[in-house]
Design a protein around this ligand. Structure first.
Ligand SMILES: Nc1ncnc2c1ncn2[C@@H]1O[C@H](COP(=O)(O)OP(=O)(O)O)[C@@H](O)[C@H]1O
Ligand SMILES: [Mg+2]
Length: 251
């Protein structure tokens, strides 16, 4: 069976896209699955969080420019294969805009690798630009991290509109697998509020449980580890494990 390709997307920054992509990849590796993680954000947060400290060369920038294969840029990090990003990926965004078939560059690059993995996670940048469109065009599903705070659902409608456009023009099979509620603070009721609003406004599946806010999550990237490795017995690690299981059960 070819890999399930999951784009982790939300044009809002700081909602835990990168954290969620990393933790779910780690959770699936713990379950014995093979995972490729693609860092498609020029800010390269996932690349850093997975322990790559030098500027990777070549990187996804070269892949998106069509001059390197994904297999030539891979790093290995705790059992996850990483296709790293670098700041010059921002430049390939400009280059892509002038090209015919620009939405399909990642799809073409990924195709030879789909039989080598159970899962491919794509960590998207905080925009709905051509890089995110490339991710949505190759993905079978989109997973949307939403921060548990008032009004955090407001960008989700726009993201869903983009998903509809992608379905219409480049990828009819795309679907939204669901929302992961992140940075949940049990002392407030905002998590429940966000879940209720998302269900009522957009009829979206919300994965359970929400991911608790915890300093253990925030300190993990600095160690080059996912929260599952950095704080294996913590509540957020357990929450991400349960969601990874839920994702895996949908296979
Ligand atoms: N559950 C959490 N508890 C505490 N901090 C978190 C949690 N999830 C993410 N963070 C922190 O919030 C910041 C933004 O997360 P990140 O995954 O980089 O978001 P995005 O990729 O959407 O921009 C990072 O510093 C990250 O470590
Ligand atoms: Mg990020």
């Amino acid at each position: 069976m070819p890999a399930r390709v999951i784009a982790v997307a939300n044009q809002k920054g700081g909602v835990a896209k990168t954290t969620t992509a990393h933790a779910l990849a780690a959770g699936l590796v713990e379950r014995g699955r093979t995972v490729l993680s693609i860092d498609l954000d020029p800010q390269a947060s996932l690349t850093f969080a997975m322990g790559v400290e030098e500027e990777p060369e070549p990187s996804m920038h070269d892949v998106m420019m069509g001059r390197t294969q994904i297999s030539e840029i891979l790093y290995e990090s705790n059992g996850i294969d990483l296709a790293p990003s670098s700041i010059d990926l921002a430049g390939s965004e400009v280059h892509l805009l002038t090209r015919t078939g620009r939405e399909f560059v990642l799809q073409r690059a990924l195709k030879p690798h789909l039989d080598s993995y159970d899962y491919v996670f794509i960590d998207c940048p905080p925009s709905l630009g051509i890089l995110t469109i490339n991710a949505l065009t190759v993905a079978g599903e989109v997973l949307i991290p939403v921060q548990a705070e008032t009004l955090s659902h407001r960008g989700v409608g726009q993201l869903l509109e983009t998903v509809e456009e992608v379905k219409q023009f480049t990828n009819p099979d795309l679907h939204v697998s669901g929302v992961v509620v992140t940075m949940f603070d049990s002392r407030t009721n905002l998590g429940q509020e966000v879940v209720a609003t998302l269900k009522a406004t957009h009829d979206l599946r919300v994965f359970e449980p929400p991911i608790p806010k915890s300093v253990r999550v925030a300190e993990a990237p600095g160690r080059g580890l996912s929260v599952l490795s950095h704080a294996s017995t913590s509540k957020p690690a357990a929450a991400y494990r349960r969601i990874a299981e839920e994702v895996d059960d949908g296979r």
